[in-house]
Design a protein around this ligand. Structure first.
Ligand code: A2P
Length: 279
């Protein structure tokens, strides 16, 4: 039986903290979400990342309640979908998400994409600031924002996001954006941290995994942990969910980190570019 290690947390710029490892549920079917969330909480996860557009917020709430883990011990994130951006719509759909989740208070609410051509992300952010002031959400942040969008939020409102959740994996390492985050006290959270599973057969990753007696997925999750990212690997399978969290009893050495650094590829982006994505 694998020993469960308490997961490390990272400090956020609003005085709160976030467990560094979470379960992601993008593409987790609604009817499989509760079991995946319960499996994660059973395996020691204390952080679940969903979004309104995933259609599985109800399953997240159901899995949380089924686990028996106290609500206060679990960090729950959801995201506002693009079509709902704007001051009034944000306040309305936040309530809808909370109803589906079955929660009184959310740990972290994110703007899912900036959609700059719509020109609504600053108004959306004003609604987020209000929700936080009202105590409905503890921390507020963004996803898929580029430096120009982050600068704009701060200039217009004076309120900095606690984190930015971005596409980030060994094949797309986002040096410039990570440097920006570090300079501004914004945490970096990685989506598709395993490259949507495509990186698991990479020969360098496989070699590092063999050397440590670990799996490729564990090597990549461990790399994110050592890089200081918040990381949310997705799986629907209880065994793989537990495997992805069994990363606190080994570490990567300088050769391993250098080998992973060499996998970076400026063409390695899988998802859309945030400056032009308008869906
Ligand atoms: P599954 O849900 O069937 O386990 P990412 O988090 O980068 O988006 O990657 C998710 C993908 O990687 C999913 O297809 C998931 O499949 C797969 N995956 C997650 N963990 C593991 C693992 N430990 N071993 C193999 N595949 C995994």
């Amino acid at each position: 039986m694998t020993q469960l290690h308490p997961h490390p947390t990272l400090a956020l710029n609003d005085g709160r903290s976030i467990p560094q490892l979470g379960l992601g549920v993008w593409r987790t079917p609604a009817d499989e979400t509760a079991q995946a969330v319960k499996a994660a909480l059973d395996a020691g996860y204390r952080h679940i990342d969903t979004a309104a557009i995933y259609g599985n917020e109800a399953g997240v709430g159901e899995g949380l309640r089924a686990s028996g883990v106290p609500r206060g011990d679990v960090f729950i994130t959801t995201k506002l979908w693009n079509a709902e951006q704007g001051l009034d719509t944000t306040l309305r759909v936040f309530d809808a998400s909370m109803k589906l989740l079955g929660l009184e208070q959310l740990d972290l609410y994110l703007i899912h994409w900036p959609c700059p051509a719509r020109g609504l992300y600053v108004d959306t952010w004003r609604a987020f600031v209000r929700l936080q002031a009202e105590g409905r959400v503890r921390s507020i942040g963004v996803s898929n924002f580029e430096p120009e969008h982050l600068d704009c939020l701060v200039q217009e409102t004076g309120v900095k996001p606690v984190l930015n959740q971005i596409e980030l994996h060994p094949r797309f390492q986002q040096h410039a954006l990570r440097d920006y985050h570090a300079a501004h006290g914004i945490a970096t959270q990685a989506w598709s941290p395993l490259g949507q599973g495509k990186l698991l057969a990479d020969p360098s990753i496989v070699a590092i995994a063999k050397k440590h007696g670990k799996t490729p997925a564990q090597v990549i999750v461990r790399w994110h942990i050592e890089m200081g990212h918040v990381v949310i690997p997705k799986s629907v399978n209880a065994g793989r969910i537990a495997e992805n969290a069994d990363v606190f009893g080994f570490s990567l050495d300088a050769d391993d980190m250098a080998a992973v650094a060499r996998l970076d590829d400026s063409e390695g982006r899988i998802g859309p570019h945030p400056s032009t994505a308008e869906f």
